[in-house]
Design a protein around this ligand. Structure first.
Ligand SMILES: NC(=O)c1ccc[n+]([C@@H]2O[C@H](COP(=O)([O-])OP(=O)(O)OC[C@H]3O[C@@H](n4cnc5c(N)ncnc54)[C@H](O)[C@@H]3O)[C@@H](O)[C@H]2O)c1
Length: 342
């Protein structure tokens, strides 16, 4: 494969624009596709590339792409990724990998069958305080992890949902744990381990007419390694995102990474060790009238290019994406038996 990799981008919305910037800087953006032609044309004009309105036509016509980046609504990730893999292309898929574990498994199987790589976007793993926390855990400095607390208090108004034809819909969005907080759930798995049991309560307090699921939830978790924890999440934080944090209590250390989007080391107390020299965190992704996670997509594309050119280690694999979806699926199915999701 040539050093400069050729990409096609499917989905030219909020995050698609970010992908286009990084692809064009680090590789070649050969084509973009969106069912809303004006969005595809807007990006193709900027990046001087082809535009399409139908992924099947793009995949049939183009013979010069190496990688397809999927930035379409959550519920389309599986079918778009599988089509692209089957045409012989590597795939970079936005989070969440898919809306159920069965689709994730099919994506993984297809990538193995056709021998093409599947990259899943988990850009919070690159947040500097999270990198530091992962390091102290891997070095055993916190000892056995006993308790975990994840808080996700963001703001998404009715206007946010009314601006979209898929956000808030069960079939294409799936729920706030998929769209807003799957990065945070990924960190539970990545830092602590696999979840064995969950028990959850959810409510739709402030979005009864705009979303088909909860806007708030509390989840109690048990991990296979014996740790216990809780998630408290809401998109009703007054006026703005206030907190995205994870606190870990280990036998030999307690650490909290917080800020609005896991961008600040809030406190630490570790046996004979101090985490220091953390590089400055990037700003959050700005989407005009709302904010998202830390802007780390350049790191994703640096990893994709490094893996494809030098056989390096994939930052987040299909198997990683599956773990997050399995945890969210467990949480939502535990709710189904307790209080019917709206
Ligand atoms: N990693 C992150 O921080 C991050 C941030 C935002 C969004 N996302 C994820 O990225 C994806 C897109 O989110 P967004 O906020 O950009 O949404 P968006 O609605 O702004 O963009 C999605 C685009 O896909 C297009 N589309 C829909 N169906 C299509 C099809 N069949 N073929 C081609 N294009 C199609 C839509 O017209 C739209 O322009 C979602 O999965 C979301 O969860 C990730």
């Amino acid at each position: 494969m040539a050093d400069r990799i050729n990409f096609a981008l499917i989905g030219c919305g909020y995050i698609g624009k970010r992908h286009a910037e990084h692809i064009a800087r680090l590789g070649n953006l050969v084509a973009v596709c969106d069912i809303k032609e004006n969005r595809a044309i807007q990006l193709s004009d900027i990046y001087k590339c082809k535009h399409y309105v139908d992924i099947d036509v793009l995949l049939d016509e183009l013979k010069t792409i190496d990688v397809v980046s999927i930035c379409t609504p959550n519920g389309l990730h599986a079918s778009h990724s599988i089509k692209s893999l089957n045409k012989g292309y590597h795939v970079v898929c936005e989070k969440p990998m898919a809306l159920n574990a069965a689709d994730c498994k099919l994506m993984i199987k297809t990538s193995k069958d056709v021998d093409k790589t599947l990259f899943i976007i988990k850009q919070n793993r690159f947040n500097p305080p999270i990198v530091a926390l992962k390091k102290v855990i891997e070095e055993g400095r916190l000892g056995r992890i006993m308790n975990v607390q994840l808080n996700c208090f963001w703001n998404r108004t009715d206007a946010y949902y009314l601006d979209s034809d898929w956000k808030g819909k069960k079939a294409l969005d799936g729920g706030v744990l998929f769209t807003q907080f799957s990065h945070f759930i990924d960190l539970l798995y990545w830092l602590v381990g696999e979840v064995s049991k969950v028990y959850s309560f959810t409510r739709n307090y402030m979005h009864p007419s705009t979303i088909e699921f909860e806007d708030s939830g509390v989840v109690v978790l048990e991990f296979f390694n014996g740790a216990i924890g809780a998630i408290n999440y809401s998109i009703n934080s007054f006026k703005k995102n206030m907190e995205g944090s994870i606190t870990i209590v280990g036998e030999k250390g307690t650490v909290k990474v917080g800020g609005q989007y896991l961008n600040v080391l809030e406190y630490q107390c570790i046996d004979n060790y101090v985490i220091s020299d953390i590089p400055e965190s990037r700003p959050a992704n700005e989407y005009g009238f709302y904010q998202g996670s830390m802007s780390n997509h350049d790191k994703i594309y640096e990893n994709v290019i490094y893996v494809l050119n030098h056989n390096g280690t994939i930052a987040a694999t299909g198997e990683d994406g599956l773990k997050t979806v399995e945890i969210i699926e467990k949480i939502y199915s535990s709710i189904a038996g307790i209080n019917e999701r709206k």
